[in-house]
Ligand binder design. Structure first.
Ligand SMILES: [Zn+2]
Length: 325
């Protein structure tokens, strides 16, 4: 099996480690760990601080762990792993860090945040999180927050744009060198980001709506807009976002989405954002150790080695270089 190096823009492994009360993700019982990243030939993995859902907050009320405490626990697991396994994995805050790590034979770990509600409408929080290592924020998850509204089957919600705070925060994130992530955002919010962001932005883990009509996926117009902004879209391996009601993530569907994204947005726009540890179903790719299967499937579909490299790491590396300081 092919082991093309890859840079994956999204996983929920830190949340899984918290569920399992583990402070080290070198070896886990979930979908992803450092060991399997190594097996798969990873160059970099983005690790999301996935915020606990608002539904859980409503259900658990005072028993729910406080956001701040929860975030700190996940950040500690992240840095604890890097410290204990510094021979194989290291923090990356920009392109140079990543290249240095790679030259030393190390995987790069980027820290990200999924759901900007942790920012709580306070602009200074962005820099605070930046200083803690966060280099990308998914502006919303599936609930409204201080940035704006989420993707939704309800057209009125879907049309809503960013809040006043959200619009200003995009500019601040540009200034800080933090990636703006539109995965999970409403269509209205997407277009606000496309209009406001002066730097390339990303959909870290979303697919093509023309092939699978889920509101989490991007329309062809959006795919073009991400391409025009110099950004990338990471292929999400969640069965629901690949093929309606299949319950299965098949290599053939992943290939179709990637080819579609390339055809519509240009060959510079397709990238990877597995969503490992945030997805379930019958999986053709069970974790990062299997990424070679996707490279093989793309080669079989007629893509050259250079074109596969673009999808696997080159396109997202360009964005990291252009945006992070
Ligand atoms: Zn997500």
């Amino acid at each position: 099996m092919n082991t093309t190096p890859f840079v994956d823009m999204h996983c929920d492994t830190l949340m899984q480690s918290w569920f399992r009360n583990k402070k080290d993700i070198y070896k886990t019982s979930s979908m992803l760990d450092v060991k399997r990243l190594r097996q798969g030939g990873a160059k970099a993995q983005f690790f999301a601080i996935f915020m606990q859902s608002m539904r859980a907050k409503h259900l658990l009320g005072p028993f729910m762990i406080r956001d701040e405490r929860y975030i700190n626990k996940l950040i500690r697991a992240f840095y604890n792993t890097l410290q204990k396994h510094s021979d194989v994995i290291a923090f990356a805050g920009n392109y140079e860090d990543m290249e240095n790590n790679w030259q030393q034979g190390k995987i790069s770990a980027f820290l990200t945040m999924e759901d900007g509600r942790a920012v709580g409408g306070r602009m200074e929080k962005l820099e605070e999180y930046y200083d803690k290592g966060v280099r990308l924020i998914g502006l919303t998850w599936n609930y409204p927050n201080c940035f704006g509204y989420p993707n939704s089957a309800d057209v009125t919600v879907m049309k809503r744009g960013l809040s006043d705070f959200g619009r200003e925060a995009v500019e601040e994130m540009n200034r800080l060198g933090m990636l703006v992530d539109v995965s999970h955002l409403s269509d209205g919010g997407f277009w606000d980001v496309a209009r406001i962001s002066k730097k390339p932005f990303v959909a870290s883990h979303s697919n093509a709506r023309a092939l699978c009509g889920h509101p989490r996926n991007l329309t062809d117009e959006m795919i073009r807009a991400v391409g025009e902004a110099g950004g990338v879209i990471g292929l999400n391996q969640c069965p629901e976002f690949l093929y309606p009601y299949s319950g299965e993530n098949r290599l053939e569907d992943m290939v179709k989405h990637l080819l579609h994204i390339r055809k519509v947005g240009g060959r510079e726009v397709a990238a990877l954002g597995s969503d490992f540890d945030g997805i379930t179903g019958t999986l053709a790719i069970k974790g990062p150790q299997d990424y070679g299967k996707l490279a093989d499937a793309l080669a079989k579909a007629g893509l050259s080695g250079e074109e596969i490299d673009e999808i696997f790491f080159k396109n997202v590396e360009r964005v990291i270089r252009d945006v992070m300081r």
